[in-house]
Write a protein that binds this ligand. Structure first.
Ligand SMILES: Nc1ncnc2c1ncn2[C@@H]1O[C@H](COP(=O)(O)OP(=O)(O)O)[C@@H](O)[C@H]1O
Ligand SMILES: [Mg+2]
Length: 250
């Protein structure tokens, strides 16, 4: 293992009865990378993230974050990792500031520090003018902006994002992915991103993995995957073309 590998799974496997959701997965992500985690619905992406978070127990194999076992070091892992699930739940009756205050408190941030952070975060995610609106009046795009603000309020070193642009309009999706790229660049946050938005993944990811039926069928830079599939050539392939090529083998 490289010294700078901070997310790792070794022979990670999850079975539900006879069904294998994650099949002998060996994944490694280096510090500072954006890793795009691709695959069709049911491929095993969410299950993998849940095992990395210690929220689901592997049937076999192991996961580690900064060398920590997420099942045994739950508190430390929770401090290091910000997780944006596919469907973020909010207290709908709160406004954006109240919701952020609540999350800050859960993370042990004192009230005074929280107020300063919340102000900056609302500005950063473009919700300053909606700060006193109740969440039940928020659009999907506003919810994702608030969701990511709540995730980064604790200054995580790693971000897990599960299909974060699903249901967003194109501008919302582009804003979100650009924002993630800026967090990676400016705050050196390592990102594991599951998404179907191939053009956006291509734009911001350093490496990608393609998961099909619980197995990682490809893993590497887009250039290396294109080379593997199409040979050396001067044509540049899109991630979509590469993805479909791997798909046809299954
Ligand atoms: N709690 C569960 N109980 C039974 N089967 C599950 C459970 N969670 C996921 N699965 C199954 O495991 C497979 C992988 O699911 P998931 O990890 O959600 O895939 P993805 O996130 O890539 O869409 C699917 O076939 C799904 O039906
Ligand atoms: Mg999923």
């Amino acid at each position: 293992m490289d010294a700078d590998t901070i997310i790792q799974t070794v022979n990670l496997t999850k079975r539900y009865g006879k069904q294998v959701a994650v099949d002998d997965l060996n994944l490694s992500v280096k510090e500072g990378e954006i890793f795009g985690f691709l695959g069709p619905n049911g491929a095993g992406k969410t299950t993998t993230l849940l095992m990395l978070l210690g929220l689901s127990q592997p049937s076999e194999g192991s996961a580690s974050l900064y060398g920590l076992d997420p099942l045994r070091k739950a508190t430390e892992v929770k401090r290091l990792v910000g997780y944006l699930p596919e469907n973020v739940g909010f207290y709908e009756d709160l406004d954006a500031i109240q919701s952020l205050e609540y999350v800050a408190n859960l993370n042990g941030i004192n009230k005074e520090e929280a107020l300063g952070k919340i102000d900056k975060l609302l500005e950063l995610v473009g919700l300053k003018n909606d700060a006193r609106k109740k969440i039940n009046a928020f659009s999907r795009g506003m919810r994702q902006r608030l969701g990511i603000a709540e995730v980064i309020i604790k200054d995580p070193k790693i971000l897990f994002l599960d299909e974060p642009t699903l249901g967003l309009d194109p501008e919302g999706a582009i804003w979100f992915m650009d924002f993630i790229a800026s967090l990676n660049r400016d705050r050196k946050i390592t990102v594991l991103l599951s998404s179907h938005n191939l053009s956006q993944v291509q734009k911001i990811s350093h490496r990608v993995g393609i998961m099909i039926n619980g197995k990682m069928v490809a893993d590497g830079s887009m250039e290396s995957l294109a080379r593997e599939k199409f040979g050396v050539g001067d044509k540049e392939y899109s991630l979509e073309e590469i993805y479909m090529e791997y798909f046809q083998e299954v």
